[in-house]
Design a protein. Structure first.
Length: 158
């Protein structure tokens, strides 16, 4: 349950960051955002294509690893009546499919996490720079208002 929640949170964070990145005003920031988005889009489509083309081979490798693990010598003594069949072909194949699918899901999650991290750096840097610029503009505007107020001291309003 927590894995689904984490995936959903990661997806929402990425979508909200992409939306915040679209509101950037400087062309340099927009180019960075576009480059990051395109790069990760290409990489994720490449990973999907590779996953689809090599799925059967990956499952065979995972199945072989499962068989090797099931056939490894165990130093614990178990009576035959109380043990389980370590070479259940259907169970091993099903688990190999799950291993391959989880591996792909993990790779895609890592790509999304890295994209989120890079976009977060670009967006936060741009927002901090804009906030600093806005603060400076307000300070200059306030200074100008005080400097141009030519009324006498009793007449000034605050």
């Amino acid at each position: 349950m927590s894995r689904i929640t984490e995936d959903l949170k990661r997806t929402f964070d990425l979508a909200s960051l992409r939306q915040r990145a679209k509101s950037l005003t400087r062309p340099v920031d927009l180019e960075k955002m576009s480059e990051i988005t395109k790069r990760y889009s290409r990489e994720s489509s490449k990973q999907d294509k590779l996953y689809r083309h090599t799925y059967k081979t990956r499952v065979e490798k995972a199945l072989q690893a499962r068989i090797n693990k099931a056939g490894a010598k165990s130093l614990t003594l178990k009576h035959r009546l109380f043990g389980s069949d370590n070479f259940d072909n259907v169970a091993l194949t099903r688990q190999a499919h799950r291993d391959v699918q989880h591996d792909h899901s993990r790779r895609m999650s890592q790509l999304a996490a890295r994209e989120t991290q890079e976009l977060n750096v670009v967006v936060s840097t741009a927002e901090q720079r804009d906030a600093k610029k806005q603060h400076l503009n307000e300070k200059v505007r306030g200074d100008f208002q005080r400097a141009t107020d030519r009324r006498s001291t009793l007449d000034r309003r605050r």
